[in-house]
Structures are given as C-alpha cells and as structure tokens.
Design a binder for this molecule. Structure first.
Ligand SMILES: [Mg+2]
Length: 226
C-alpha cells in the first residue's frame, strides 16, 4: 500500500506533541509572566492573554484568514492599542507561547526515530506564537534533526486546511505529492489540507474518515503497523 511513498508530512499537535494550548479559564497566565519579569498587574495580563486567545481562536477556522493568519503580536496590538512598550509585548508573546507549547512524550520521539529509518520526515505545523520555543523543544527531545523540511504557520500566516503549507514542504523536499503521505489527527485541517493539495492522508488519534487512506489510534500504532 505504501510502496511508492517516501515521505511522511507530519502534523504536530495531538500527533506527536500533547498537552498543548493551555488557555482554559483555570489557567493563571501571570505565573509565568511574572517569572520572566513582566510588570503588568495579575488581572491585566490574564485579561490580555485571554482576549488574544479569543481573537485568534475566532479567526483560526475562518477562511478569510487562511493565508494571512494574524500573529500573536498583531492580536496584542489590535486589542491593546499603542499603550504597551516593545519589551512588554515581547513578554506577553513569550507567555502566550509558554501556554501554547505542549510536550513530546519519549515513546513518540522514539517512534519518529523509527519512522525516519524508512521515510523522509517533514512537519507541517500550525502554531500561533513564533516558533522559537518549539525548535528548542524539538532539540531537547532529540528530534530536530529528523525533519528534512518544516513549515510553521507563524512564519508565513498560511493555516490548514490551506494546501499551501503542504506544497511548501513538498517543494523543500523536492518530491511529488504522489510520494508523500500526510499524518495528522484532524479530519478538517490535516485530511482537508492534504486533500486540497492532492496528497494522501492517514489519520491518527482516533478519527476516521472515508477520504483517509487509513486510521490509527495514535502515531505509536501507526509506527508498529505501517
Ligand atoms: Mg493536530
């Protein structure tokens, strides 16, 4: 079934990173923010981060923002006007990133190493914050070198299910869409984006869909069975 496939284009959140997007009402954003030297009052920073999250969350599924998704910094500017200094905005962005970032379980990192023995790996990643904290996390997990190409939506503003970030990665790899499989957990964003780009897709994470080549309960099962 996969004999002609040479590359896996992996989604990140809920595919090999978990515990991401900690923005619930229970979160106290001021804890991290004050640790990095932020000076806004507790209630104020919590209000700003919540409103930034709400601003971006409303636009994420909106087709009008698929190729120009706003950055966290843009959202902060839109919501707070010109009242905050550059250094303050940097700390708010860093706090947002801290809560957006998840963790990579050891067995998932090991699965990526195993898959790399057989496939070229690439990552097609939607995040809202700048990618710095994610690159550091990939490094610490020992997986950064496994990816021959990576696309972070916050670099270019194109979000799934746009086909463009998938096409970008295919171009970076220099391979045809027939040689690739998209691996992701979201039928709308990953399968939808893959299909929009004309690439086959395998769903991981439990979702099933008639357009998916196959479905696995998670990446570990895929790694065992593929
Ligand atoms: Mg995902």
């Amino acid at each position: 079934m996969f004999s002609e496939k040479t590359a896996l284009l992996l989604d990140m959140n809920s595919t090999f990173m978990f515990g991401e997007d900690r923005f619930s009402d229970a979160e106290d954003f001021s804890l991290y923010y004050s640790k990095i030297g932020g000076t806004l009052a507790h209630g104020e920073i919590n209000r700003i981060i919540r409103s930034v999250y709400k601003y971006l969350d409303a636009r994420y599924p909106d087709e009008n923002f698929r190729h120009n998704f706003p950055s966290v910094e843009t959202a902060i500017h839109e919501l707070t006007g010109a009242q905050l200094g550059k250094d303050e905005i940097k700390k708010i962005v860093e706090t947002f990133a801290f809560h957006e970032l998840g963790y990579i379980p050891k067995d998932y990192a090991a699965a990526l190493h195993t898959l790399r023995q057989r496939f070229t790996l690439a990552a097609v990643i939607d995040i809202w914050s700048p990618k710095t904290a994610w690159l550091e996390t990939f490094d610490r997990a020992g997986i950064a070198h496994l990816f021959s190409a990576m696309s972070f939506s916050s670099d270019h503003g194109m979000v799934k299910p746009s086909p463009k970030s998938f096409e970008l990665v295919l171009n970076q790899l220099g391979i045809s869409k027939a040689a690739a499989i998209v691996i992701g957990d979201s039928p709308r964003r990953d399968l939808g984006g893959a299909n929009n780009a004309g690439i086959d897709c395998i769903l991981v994470g439990g979702a099933e869909h008639p357009h998916a080549l196959q479905s696995f309960s998670n990446l570990l099962e895929l790694c065992e069975k593929i």
